[in-house]
Structure formats: C-alpha cells, structure tokens
Design a protein around this ligand. Structure first.
Ligand code: ADP
Ligand code: C5P
Ligand code: MG
Length: 206
C-alpha cells in the first residue's frame, strides 16, 4: 500500500541548485544515511524520453537537449507516479525540482507541501568546471549530452531566469536552507546532514 494518498501526504524534501552544484551527489549520501528514496527529476525525465516514441517522449527529449524546462504538467505527473510506485514512509529527496514557480505550486497544492528545502549555492565557474568533467572521474556520475558548453550556457540562463525566483521566494518565506556548495564534497555533505538532523530527521545509524 502506498503512503502517498491524499490523507497521508508523502514526506518530501526539495534539493535545489544550479546544474552541477552537487544535488545528485549529496542525495545519494542522504539515501545511505537516512533511508530516503531519491528522485532526480532530470533522471526521471531522461528515462521517460528514452522509454517511448510518443509525442510526449519526443517533447521531453527536445527540451532536455536544448537545456529548456520541460512543461510542468509532464514533470509533476512523473513525480506523482514515481512516488506512488515507490512507497517509502521515511520520505523522499527530490532533486532539481521545482525549477519553475508553477511546478512548485502544482506539487505543493496537489501532492505534498515540502517538509524541508535546501539550496546549493555554487558559482557558475565551479558548476561549469564540474559539468565539463562529469563522467570523467570515479564518482559514478555519467557523462551527458547536455553537458556541453553551448547547452550549459542555456541551462545557466534558465537557472537565473526561471529557477532562482523560486529559490528567492522560498528564502523569503524562511523555508529554504542555503548551503555553500563550492566546498569539497565532505564539507558540503556534512552541512547537509546536519541540516537534516536540525529538521528533526533521524539517521538510520545514530
Ligand atoms: P547536479 O546533480 O547538481 O547536477 P552532480 O551531483 O551530478 O550535480 O555533480 C556534478 C559533478 O560534480 C559530478 O561529476 C560530481 O561527482 C561532482 N561533484 C559534486 N559535488 C562536488 C564537490 N563538492 N566538489 C567537487 N566535485 C563535486
Ligand atoms: O537536473 P538535471 O540537470 O539532471 O536536469 C536536466 C534537464 O532536465 C534540464 O536541463 C531540463 O531540460 C530538464 N528538467 C526540467 N524540469 C525539472 C528538472 C529537469 O525541465 N524540474
Ligand atoms: Mg543531477
């Protein structure tokens, strides 16, 4: 039985940050330490783009290739389905979402209000360096077609124009914890874990 019913909304954390800021890297460690289910919104969209020849699959693939934001109805529906298919009472870390004001509204009004929100604050220079070398080190991250200079520029522009206003509004409402993501992996994760504990979350192993 899924916990994701209207009566018991899922416990959800949004993990935000520009492309290459380290969302996926930190979510993997949160899964290990706390037992959450992790959904990378970008991964769900890439999977949906690969899995079919429908118009929707093609539309998703085109948007990702160009670095633009996929229409929000598609993305929110994918997340709703993913949560329903993977019941986890411990909760969910959802990375790369919401990236637009209407996504935030649709999810929080229709699925669940986020229990916590983190924003990885990272310079474009650091993010670009990481994206251009993603897949080249031993971290397990995959090389991607959209990690090329021209698409990275579009993704940065979209980040500033569409995603940052969402972050700003969460910051103004006092719901968003900002983490300096320019630091090394362990420093960023130590602060991430600490913030989760401050939000009342319990690691699997004390
Ligand atoms: P995002 O999911 O935010 O796009 P990733 O977690 O995939 O970012 O990280 C992008 C790349 O940077 C990956 O190759 C990852 O191994 C690397 N990376 C992540 N965090 C750090 C860090 N703090 N310092 C150096 N490299 C990092
Ligand atoms: O987060 P990630 O870098 O994996 O996202 C890859 C792409 O997926 C984005 O550039 C965008 O095209 C799409 N995406 C989206 N809406 C989201 C998350 C990702 O359109 N909320
Ligand atoms: Mg990612």
């Amino acid at each position: 039985m899924s916990d994701a019913t209207p009566d018991t909304p899922p416990k959800v954390f949004f993990i935000l940050g520009g492309p290459g800021s380290g969302k996926g890297t930190n979510c993997a460690r949160l899964v290990e330490d706390f037992g959450y289910t992790h959904f990378s919104t970008g991964d769900l969209l890439r999977e949906a783009a690969r899995s079919g020849t429908s118009d929707v699959a093609k539309k998703i693939a085109e948007h990702i290739r160009a670095g633009r934001i996929v229409p929000s109805e598609i993305t929110v529906e994918l997340l709703r389905q993913a949560i329903a298919d993977h019941p986890n009472p411990i909760g969910y870390v959802i990375d790369g979402f919401p990236r637009k004001a209407d996504q935030a509204r649709m999810f929080e009004e229709g699925i669940a209000k986020a229990k916590g929100i983190l924003y990885y604050d990272c310079s474009e220079q650091t993010m670009e360096d990481r994206l251009l070398t993603r897949g080249a080190d031993s971290s397990g991250a995959e090389k991607r077609d959209d990690d090329v200079a021209e698409t990275i520029r579009t993704r940065f522009r979209v980040n500033v124009q569409e995603c940052m206003p969402v972050v700003e509004s969460y910051k103004q409402s006092g719901r968003c914890h900002v983490v300096d993501a320019n630091r090394d992996r362990d420093a960023v994760y130590a602060e991430t874990k600490h913030l989760f504990e401050q939000m009342g979350e319990k690691p699997l192993k004390p």
